[in-house]
Design a protein around this ligand. Structure first.
Ligand SMILES: Nc1ncnc2c1ncn2[C@@H]1O[C@H](COP(=O)(O)OP(=O)(O)OP(=O)(O)O)[C@@H](O)[C@H]1O
Ligand SMILES: [Mg+2]
Length: 557
């Protein structure tokens, strides 16, 4: 991705994280009202205390006393409203943002996501999206509130003492810039690297847990555990460094506030006198900076959050950019489907490559499969058989001509309704056997489910596990490799695709059962005019096979 397109992608992500102006406005206005209440409360209290010390008639103090109570209450009420409105707006936007990220990821699956680790995908969908909610809540809103409250407070002080107002203005600018600079110096790198380090930790934990058996078998478990600890320590160090930056920023703001109060006292003291301002006004001029700095103190933290948000936006833009790579077919939105004549499958001069790879994985492939035919594709490992299967179900786009029933096979959804794929590494959901089959055809009855299980030789096993409610575990952890493959076959049988692509369907099944299974599937498909394309290393009896091809370095021969 070029620097310019990366920047515009990031801008797009950041825009999509911001609530609309109408949604953000109530929270923003409540935030400003909270800040102004804080300043007004301190100003009124200072005036009241000093004026009360002069022992005027109580009547002169009543208004100020009411003001103190009103501002104390309004500060709490506005803070509550600010939290309520701003979080409501952000959570609404967050839901839209998360579903937007998923919508951008889904068309890329599976071929376009294989280059990202699971840890990175998980972090993008969960942690990075969460981080982006800080953009409105902890970056934009505090900056707008601090700026508005500062301008209004300086204006208010200017009405009482222009010199004190100038001092306050200069102090705010110097302190804002100084604390932002110091925070960035100490914590800038840490804020940018928190997201990548969190991802490294997630990936290390996922690798450790999922590869535990292999790691402990080869004695590599301690090293892998150390990697998790190291990733955790690195993340902890980074978070601490960020906190140090925040602490330094807050310290600078506190020091600035103290110095400004001292300066305001020096200026105010010269004004107090018979013909100058009275003691109560002096107290206001001297103490208001304290309240203003309390509001402005959120700025260094806001700028820190900005750096983390930007880093998350960059990662999101990288993993889930707008549009899909050219190697992956886009969804079609054509209203009328092509009128196909049958399900004859034709490939002419088809070439395809994986996203991010220059060299094609299959080149100039020609293939004809008539309805009811069984075609066997053999070939050495890495020759491109699975790539071809991915092209046939339109997980990968292709150059050349791909026809079904004489019409171009374009719309992925339409093609996937006609061509089914039993993947080489089937995916099972952490659900019961029934649920793992039902999503292929949710109207199937238990009898139909048992029938397909019987055909793939799993009915006895299912019975012994207590029936269709038997769990299969996460990613099929509770079933053997061969059972997982047969469940995946049962799923495909249930859907009854006109064209079925089987990618090494019996690689983990014992040879006797594998032969019988393949024979049964091919025979049944043929008798119903269904075509089968079998990618296999097994011997399939000649009489079942109509055509036999070998894939060699991406070409069918
Ligand atoms: N998800 C992927 N992303 C990028 N490249 C891939 C991906 N899957 C396969 N390839 C590449 O495509 C080429 C063909 O691989 P393919 O999986 O099609 O081989 P195969 O014939 O199915 O091998 P096997 O018999 O081992 O399953 C290989 O060079 C491989 O590295
Ligand atoms: Mg393969």
């Amino acid at each position: 991705m070029s620097a310019i397109s990366a920047r515009s992608e990031r801008r797009r992500v950041l825009r999509s994280a911001l609530p609309s102006v109408t949604q953000a406005m109530p929270g923003m206005l409540s935030g400003i009202a909270t800040g102004l209440s804080v300043v007004a409360l301190l100003a009124t209290s200072a005036w009241l205390i000093v004026r009360a010390a002069e022992q005027p008639p109580v009547l002169f103090l009543t208004m100020a006393a009411v003001g103190v109570r009103a501002f104390a209450l309004s500060r709490a009420v506005f803070r509550y409203l600010e939290r309520l409105y701003s979080h409501d707006a952000v959570f609404r936007q967050l839901a839209a943002l998360r579903s937007g990220v998923l919508e951008r990821l889904i068309p890329r699956a599976p071929a376009g996501l294989s280059s990202h680790s699971r840890g990175s995908l998980l972090n993008v969908v969960v942690a990075d999206v969460d981080e982006l909610q800080n953009l409105s809540l902890r970056v934009v809103q505090p900056i707008v509130v601090a700026a508005t409250v500062s301008v209004l407070s300086v204006t208010g002080v200017a009405l009482l003492s222009p010199e004190a107002a100038v001092l306050l203005l200069i102090a705010l600018v110097v302190c804002g810039a100084g604390s932002a600079w110091a925070t960035r110096l100490v914590a800038g790198a840490a804020e940018r690297s928190i997201a990548p380090k969190r991802e490294a930790l997630t990936s290390a934990i996922i690798d450790y847990i999922q590869g535990f058996a292999v790691l402990s078998h080869f004695g590599a478990e301690p090293a892998a555990r150390e990697r998790v600890y190291a990733a955790d320590a690195a993340l902890t160090r980074t978070v601490l460094r960020r906190s140090r930056g925040f602490g330094l920023g807050a310290g600078i703001v506190a020091v600035c506030a103290g110095l400004t109060v001292a300066g305001a006292i020096l200026i105010g003291a010269r004004l107090v006198g018979d013909d100058g301002v009275g003691g109560p006004v002096f107290a206001v001029v001297a103490l208001v900076p304290l309240a203003v700095f309390e509001v402005v103190g959120t700025l260094p933290v806001a700028l820190g959050h900005w750096r983390s948000v930007r880093s998350s936006a960059d990662r999101l833009a990288r993993v889930a950019p707008q549009g899909v790579p050219t190697e992956i077919p886009d969804e079609c939105h054509e209203t009328h489907l092509p009128s196909r004549r049958g399900t004859r499958l034709t490939l002419r001069d088809v070439t395809a490559r994986w996203p991010g790879h220059e060299a094609p994985s299959i080149t100039h492939v020609d293939l004809d499969v008539e309805p009811g035919e069984c075609v066997i594709i053999e070939g050495s490992s890495g020759s491109g058989k699975t790539t071809l299967a991915n092209v046939l179900v339109r997980f990968l786009d292709h150059e050349g001509c791909y026809l079904i029933g004489g019409e171009e096979a374009r719309d992925p959804a339409e093609v996937r309704a006609l061509v089914g794929l039993c993947e080489q590494h089937p995916y099972l959901f952490d659900e019961s056997v029934r649920q793992n089959l039902l999503f292929a055809r949710d109207t199937a009855t238990d009898a139909e489910l048992m029938d397909v299980l019987d055909r793939v030789g799993l009915s006895e096993w299912v019975d012994s596990r207590g029936g269709l409610d038997a769990p299969v575990g996460e990613r099929g952890a509770l079933v053997s490799g061969g059972q997982a493959q047969r469940l995946s076959l049962a799923r495909a049988l249930l859907r009854d695709f006109p064209i079925l692509v089987l990618d090494e369907p019996t690689a983990n099944v014992d040879p006797d059962r594998a032969d019988a299974l393949l024979r049964d599937m091919i025979d049944a498909s043929r008798s119903r005019g269904r075509s089968t394309i079998v990618i296999t290393h097994d011997d399939v009896p000649e009489w079942l096979v109509d055509k036999r091809f070998t894939m060699r370095e991406g070409s069918l021969v």
